[in-house]
Design a protein. Sequence first.
Lengths: 447, 447
Amino acid sequence: MNFLVIGGDAAGMSAASRAKRNMPEMNVTVLEKTHDVSYSACGMPYNIAVPEKAIEDLVVRQAQVFREKQGINLLTGHRVESIEPKEKRVAGVTYEGEKFEFPYDKLLIATGGSPIVPDLPGFDLPGVLVLKNLDHGRKIKAYMDEHPVKKAVIIGMGYIGLEMCEALRARAMEVAMVKPNLNFIPWMPDELSDEVQKEAAANGVALHMGHSVRKIERANSSLAVVCEDMTLEADMVIVAIGITPNNELAIKAGLETSVKKAIAVDRMLKTSDENIYAAGDCADAYHVVTGEKTWIPLALRANRAGWAVADNICGSQMELDGVAGTSVFKVFELEIARTGLTLKESKESGFDPADIVIKSRSRAHAHPGSTTIYVHLIGDIKTGRLLGAQMVGKEGVAHRISAAAVALHNKMTVERFSQTDFAYAPPFGPVWDPLLTAANQLLKKMP
Amino acid sequence: MNFLVIGGDAAGMSAASRAKRNMPEMNVTVLEKTHDVSYSACGMPYNIAVPEKAIEDLVVRQAQVFREKQGINLLTGHRVESIEPKEKRVAGVTYEGEKFEFPYDKLLIATGGSPIVPDLPGFDLPGVLVLKNLDHGRKIKAYMDEHPVKKAVIIGMGYIGLEMCEALRARAMEVAMVKPNLNFIPWMPDELSDEVQKEAAANGVALHMGHSVRKIERANSSLAVVCEDMTLEADMVIVAIGITPNNELAIKAGLETSVKKAIAVDRMLKTSDENIYAAGDCADAYHVVTGEKTWIPLALRANRAGWAVADNICGSQMELDGVAGTSVFKVFELEIARTGLTLKESKESGFDPADIVIKSRSRAHAHPGSTTIYVHLIGDIKTGRLLGAQMVGKEGVAHRISAAAVALHNKMTVERFSQTDFAYAPPFGPVWDPLLTAANQLLKKMP
């Protein structure tokens, strides 16, 4: 059997490795357009923060290990340009300009996502950079090595933008962030969002909400980010306004797409073509709360989906439950986490949500070093179900959220969740865990 | 309605407060034999570690607040000596020696537990101390204030003993621990237990496993803990070999008991008498994994059970799911957590367990500051169910365990648990959370 994989990052290499482990006799070929495979994309902001670290430190497994130890035919510098589903064949061109064709019995599209760059003047100027793949990180580090970057502007305030603002402040740059939305973290209630905003401001980040960028211009020896009502000077601009699924090959091949035009896959990761799977940031998923399709491109899903594809082409019937939209990120000393639906998403999905924001503590009454933990919890009045949770705090947030995620996978009611047996000891929280306190309070609003 | 509560700590005061909130017109009387109510017993080791802190810092709410703000008839120094279920009346004697009687419509027994003290010579000597209630903590601090305590011996290596060894080391004492069992933490696999043992030893605690204490003697100006094959000198001895439920009143009143002679209660916390409830360390609980009765006296259950009693006497039908046996404690820089059944308990409960120990990391590949996390995971081969989890590590252990606890409440299979959407970001763990890696590995042993 020929198993062909397009894309050599998380989903692609997970699938290739596992397929080879499952069935060592299988022909597994991976076509990767860049020269980088299997790296920790999420680690890039933390690597960029440290000038003396090589970006290659983020490589999890070297290409030669895949080739020599695992027997995977891993071809870098191979850009696929078309998939021909009827002929079960892909065609493309190498970095050196040579054309190639590969047949397949089973194909995995793991082409990932690309940063969105607005079609506005100046976004192609030198020093205007994005961050998604390893080469982006390499370019950012090189730019900072080669230019005297004292001032940076980050366009966008999503988690990549926020992680980057911490990285650039660690390198002693002046950092300004700008975006059109007036709300700092619009998917969180103000009480939580305000804490993160204060943390960024306290760490010297200038935040400009409510400003649409019109263009970027050269200004003196550097750049100017021009909004309608103000201009920000910058030696470097990071554009971090989101990503979009790399769906071009799939669409050209006639495959179905869904939310945000991500490639549509079933619970076994199969696309609308019997022999083609998709996994990672290019593919959609079922949401465990709504049961509907969603597109939440994150690393764990990519790895898990890659594995499931390998198992399924090897004869298993591996159906994935889906995603709860669990994520966590760090902004200076704060941990910010969420799982499940936001209040807005709850309403849009047809639930009748009640929600609550509570303040609790990261350690017990009278225990030194305790800090505030904010919890936002959402439940459905009609069914009693827990719909989502969000947390902000200096400690004890990142891992607590996973308990709520497990509850969402089980479609627990807020009442049953409020009864769960959480861990307690004074150094780690109050007797009633902040999530349980939130559940107890939320129940009062769910008659 | 007269609601009478025996015992003024976690379960008792939770029930009294909530009953009064539910029904302000209710007569709520609490009879507490000591003069302390509503304190954080679990905080005592951390308080004892700091000489200048008053033990009263651990009081969560003052007696006068319960009396004046909440309208609870809180009577301290009132020791109940008998319950007469037919007459619906309790009788006792005050600290000052006066007899009293109180009628009730509904009674809650929240008498807690008492430290086990072996019936051996010398355990009644001055300087031989236990730790369960606030007065015990007060006595330990007073003893240390009044005597030159340079050497301490702790008998027992359970979590109270281990928390106390850290507290006493913080006060620069020489600390030795002794117990008959050869295994340091017998309910954990060696790989995990060894890490904790190394941590205690590295912090200067002398550990003597496999030694039965025969007696305690006066020696020079201090004490000698005499084992059959060695003698340990001490200026103070802490006896921490476990607790036993305070069931005497219940047994005298003819109420049923169960595991470890804890007072037997149903899911609504009702005893074998229609009008008598029991909650807290004196009462049993259902285990969410086995569905059988168990006795795991911990703070969260006590508070939750107190609330449920209040709701039930006020007309709700509040049934508690039970306990998963989730707990966490800290030994110097290590977090040690568990939930569900141990391997031994799994076998004893009739399961056919498979288990795995894995080593993972507390932060992502290439992220600075990462430390080892050990996970022990247990599943049932017959049903595929997750049965228990244990973790040891320097960070990221305390709250992760609650995710496994939520899974146990939902009777998840290891396979479904392995599919849950945990939070990931490089500062907080690897892409595959240590619990998920353990689940993935365990699945290979569960055909």
